[in-house]
Design a protein. Sequence first.
Length: 439
Amino acid sequence: LSERIQKALKNLTGKGKVSEEDINKASREIRLALLEADVNFKVVKDFIKTIKKEALGKEVQESLNPGQQVIKIVNEQLTKMMGEEAVPLNKSKHIPTIIMMVGLQGTGKTTTVGKLAYHLQKTQKARPLLIAGDIYRPAAVDQLKQIGDQLKVPVFSEDGEKDVAKIVQDGLAEADKNKNDYVLIDTAGRLEIDEPLMEELERVKKVAQPDNILLVVDAMTGQAATDVAKGFDERLDVTGVILTKLDGDTRGGAALSIRAVTGKPILFTGQGEKLSDLDVFHPDRMASRILGMGDMLSLIEKAQQDYDAKEAEKVAEKMRENTFDFNDFVDQMKQVQKMGPLDQIMKMIPGMANNPQLKNLNVDQKQIDHTIAIVYSMTEAEREDPDLLNPSRRRRIAAGSGRPVVEVNRMIKQFKQMREMMSKMTKGNMKGLSNLPGM
Ligand code: GDP
Ligand code: MG
């Protein structure tokens, strides 16, 4: 997916302005990519329509190139469609707040009841009660009891009782007696939606009057998840969705379609089998995931925020005149440090991802700290003129900074390489590079 979009956007980078033709070309590719990610067809159609409108009506911001601008708009729009902000659980005015978990078999209801109980313990010091409402699978009650043992949370169950609504009613009475602040009801599932299941869930809903009916959906089921969500929502009017198994190899398209088709927010995501593997849903992060561009989007944000036009121009000037020295080097390192992982920033630059010289730079945060320490151990004269650095001066600097001599040597060599590379770039036609600190 990511590759596809990158490819689509490649044609856009490096141009002064986004033309209609560019947008049309990119839209076609983004459309295909979203369909491949199992996003519902109609949802994709609406989405592309909005993107076209947004992208065409907008000026390319000064600190971005047209390609980055399009990524930004696509990302913003995806985020908006998934609800923008993380949505909290409904909370009852009186204890207990009641949460009913519903969904098909194997989606992760029982596990998620445990995860949510753990989450509430951790974030609110909650004292939840779990109700075992899946009486059909023999192991289901034991599974919930085991989870309860792990969390030291009581589990209410009734052996031999065949009426789930009755169990739930008795469970709620127990919670009242013990003053539990939350009640989480686990329910049975089926392989697909059927009438007896829906009737049972409706009866449980009537008895429990839950503040939250959370539909648990397996993200791995892709397009099918949309139909399931619609089916459950039509009968039970769910209040929210939990998307599980996002730790798997899923493209996350379900998140987009479920939200668009049901209008119900996704509250949490399951990221593994452990009880701690539950995350609050963040639409912006999910948007990045669907786009397959991960941290790149936040880097674009940061690039905009941290970008200081005057500073960049000053550095470019110095490089042109070849007076870029260790003082500037440290300034730039610090600027870059504010932005996050250097190698990722470098990879954002068109044509840089596969640049062999980038590999030679071998950048990471710790190394930046060491480099800064080395520069600080130089005299002012040495900082301004790297050619002064003979072997005995290098040994002194190594001792002063607490770094080995080989590292000092390597750093000086890298500095010279970098300076050479930069000077080539600023002289060449890669004007866009001066938009990035350090470039
Ligand atoms: P239920 O039938 O809906 O109650 O589903 P279960 O809670 O019993 O879960 C079914 C299987 O999915 C179990 O093996 C769980 O460990 C697993 N599972 C649940 N949530 C997640 C998740 O977020 N990630 C992964 N990888 N597995 C999960
Ligand atoms: Mg279960």
